[in-house]
Write a protein that binds this ligand. Structure first.
Ligand code: PEP
Length: 255
């Protein structure tokens, strides 16, 4: 089946790789994923971004793993939207569960971060997803929708070019457990229906919804074949060129 949206595969390097090794890994990934017809984003730690900004091109972008909610000022240790833009960064991951877990205030600031990024023309990859306890209570749909409602309730205009959603069930992140392609597709459809209800069918149709949670070469193909899965957010496997390129190429025969 032909993909309705241009696939996007994002490498979340988390707190891995030394700056001195980052360009080589990114260049290898870029060479192996060239001409796949999909968008690739590498999101390294902040310290690597300036060294890597020359690598960004039409299908290959840099992403950051977080951004501050304020525009500038006395916020020691923080990074602003403008600073990222100045380094050719085009995407930022927001609301990753590892950040939501380590910082209880993360949820509160997401709305403002989103607003700031959209004003500053920095594309967002908004992460949502339920814990194992929520899934065991069969409340995953309600939970994910409540996360979206919390973060996007004040948004007036949805821009599918600027907003990417990443569904990442927490129980599948870094655990080796993966949501089945069917489980993921059900939630992706539910997210798309929510966007349609709030912002219209066209916004919903054009928005890319990524799956994240132990994506690897062995499961990428099946996940990629699902209608509502438009790409991946990849953690551990993005540090391995071979693995990551197989994952990216999973979309190749269906675009
Ligand atoms: C992630 O960090 O967003 C992620 C999905 O990690 P992993 O692929 O290692 O589960």
């Amino acid at each position: 089946m032909k993909k309705l949206r241009k696939p996007l595969v994002v490498a979340n390097w988390k707190m891995n790789i030394l700056p001195s090794k980052a360009c080589q890994l990114a260049e290898e990934i870029k060479n192996r994923t060239n001409n796949t017809g999909i968008d690739i984003v590498i999101a390294p730690p902040y310290t690597h971004l300036a060294l890597m900004s020359h690598l960004s091109s039409a299908d290959f972008s840099l992403g950051a793993q977080n951004v501050h909610s304020e525009v500038s000022g006395a916020f020691t240790g923080s990074i602003s939207v403008d600073m990222l833009k100045d380094l050719q960064v085009q995407y930022v991951i927001l609301g990753h569960s590892e950040r939501r877990e380590s910082n209880i205030n993360e949820n509160i600031f997401l709305e403002k971060k989103i607003d700031n990024c959209l004003r500053g023309k920095l594309n967002i990859i908004y992460c949502c997803g339920e814990s194992l306890e929520v899934r065991q209570r069969n409340e995953e749909k309600e939970f994910v929708i409540s996360q979206l409602e919390d973060s996007f309730s004040k948004l007036k205009v949805w821009s599918p070019q600027q907003i990417v959603i990443a569904y990442e069930p927490i129980w599948a992140i870094g655990t080796g457990l993966t949501a089945s392609a069917e489980q993921a597709d059900v939630i992706h459809l539910c997210i798309r229906n929510w966007i349609a209800d709030q912002f219209g069918d066209q916004s919903a149709h054009q928005t890319r919804i990524l799956y994240g949670g132990s994506v690897k070469s062995s499961n990428a193909h099946e996940l990629a074949s699902k209608e509502n899965i438009d790409g991946f957010l990849v953690g551990g496997a993005s540090l391995n060129v071979e693995e990551f390129s197989v994952i990216a190429h999973a979309f190749n025969h269906i675009i």
